[in-house]
Write a protein that binds this ligand. Structure first.
Ligand code: NI
Length: 176
């Protein structure tokens, strides 16, 4: 296994549609192993093959138990509800945007040996399924948001909101 270089926004590989995986061979296993190692090293929650320059439909996503799920040729088969939250990408370093996603997402995919399976994710995992699958069609999360912020800017905004909330009269205060 080895670490691969994560490409950043502007690299043409991130804007291309990926081809399906057809051979479930050692080369695919090395790619999946490298994606997992590269993701763990970067401290992210998902990584798609095009982010390391391989234009094939394969991603890895960390689930709610911090186990990595390998998804080959994944397709979203159902989605429900809605969630809003900050979203970022290892290919767009230090930039986050407020993005609305479905709250529950079911995916059908193949494992590294070609066996089909289905997996359902909620909240962060559902967000990650959507985000990673979009990479396979050459799309980045920045297309879903108007503005991008650094972590420092987000901290400052959230601190300002907390201050503002403290100034508001309490709704459940004592009444005389
Ligand atoms: Ni990403």
């Amino acid at each position: 296994m080895s670490l691969r270089k994560i490409l950043t926004q502007g690299d043409p590989a991130l804007a291309k549609a990926c081809r399906p995986v057809e051979k479930f061979d050692q080369k695919l296993h090395w790619l999946l192993d490298d994606l997992k190692e590269t993701l763990a090293n970067a401290g992210g929650v998902g990584l798609a093959a095009p982010q390391v320059g391989i234009l094939r439909r394969a991603v890895v996503v960390e689930d709610e138990n911090e186990q990595m799920i390998e998804l080959v040729n994944p397709v979203i088969i159902s989605q429900e509800g809605e969630q809003d939250g900050w979203e970022g990408c290892l290919s767009v370093p230090n930039q986050y945007g407020w993005v609305t996603r479905p709250n529950v997402v079911a995916v059908r995919a193949q494992d590294r040996d070609g066996n089909f399976f289905e997996v359902t994710g909620q909240e962060l995992v559902a967000r990650c399924f959507c985000h990673e699958l979009e990479h396979l069609d050459g799309h980045l999360f920045v297309e879903h948001t108007g503005e991008l912020y650094s972590p420092e800017e987000i901290d400052a905004m959230e601190a300002a909101e907390e201050d503002e909330a403290k100034k508001r009269p309490r709704r459940k205060g004592k009444r005389k």
